[in-house]
Design a protein around this ligand. Structure first.
Ligand code: AMP
Length: 224
């Protein structure tokens, strides 16, 4: 089964995707994490991507698609993936469909999380991320048990430079311009499920479950 999770920055995609991926045995593929990791390792791709990320812009499609396809070719993604932060443009959505079709697979569901702009900016401003396992926390809404340490792995927490207010505002504008058409793409094609992301984490999780549940018990073979 392949699933994409769509929505603006700060809506909770990462938090929800991690939980769903674990539960459904899917590889959690977050292109933002892949780019940040490449930037930390100072690879050529990482250096190119950082230029765009620091400004709150999208990395060019050819780089994003290359990064995604390389990750999808890894063994743990063979049984299906939960894509978090990809696709972000129509070109990426089409490239994904083509790549999955060559493996006899398709995006079964597009989970679409929404929340008002002010909620998103407040969430992004208080966000802390684990350097080691990328788990996300919020200093008010979802604090770690020990300040500055990840509950899951004990790793150090940091704040993303692109979570600063001006850059976060730009990321939201870019989302509206370039990624909202992707939502319409899945709406037309079928499989889009909209969930209110402006609720406590557990409530969002519950609604996502409800959206995924019937599909799990439908008995339809995946990828057909
Ligand atoms: P995220 O962690 O998903 O918020 O992504 C952080 C940044 O990585 C974005 O603002 C983009 O600069 C870049 N990025 C992540 N995924 C993509 C993608 N699919 N296409 C283009 N840029 C991306």
């Amino acid at each position: 089964m392949d699933i994409v999770i769509l929505g603006p920055p700060g809506v909770g995609k990462g938090t929800q995707a991690a939980a769903i991926a674990t539960e459904f045995g899917l590889a959690h593929v977050a292109t933002g994490d892949l780019f940040r990791d490449a930037a930390r390792r100072n690879t050529m791709m990482g250096r190119q991507a950082r230029e765009y990320m620091d400004r709150g812009e999208l990395v060019p499609d050819h780089l994003a698609v290359a990064m995604l396809l390389e990750r999808l070719s890894q063994k743990d993604a063979a049984r299906g993936a939960l894509l978090d932060g990809f696709p972000r443009t129509l070109e990426q959505a089409e490239a994904l469909d083509e790549a999955l079709a060559t493996k006899g697979r398709r995006v079964e569901k597009a989970l679409y999380l929404t929340a008002p702009r002010e909620t998103l900016l407040n969430r992004v401003a208080g966000r802390w991320i684990c350097k080691d396992c990328q788990a996300t926390y919020h200093e008010v809404f979802n604090p770690p048990a020990v300040a500055g340490r990840c509950d899951a792995c004990g790793g150090p927490l940091y704040q993303r430079p692109d979570d600063r207010r001006e850059t976060a505002e730009r990321r939201l504008d870019v989302y509206l311009e370039q990624t909202v058409p992707v939502v319409d793409y899945y709406r037309r094609r079928g499989g889009l499920v909209e969930v209110n992301g402006d609720q406590p984490i557990e409530a969002v999780q519950h609604d996502l479950h409800a959206a995924l549940g019937p599909q799990q018990s439908s008995g339809e073979p995946a990828g057909r």
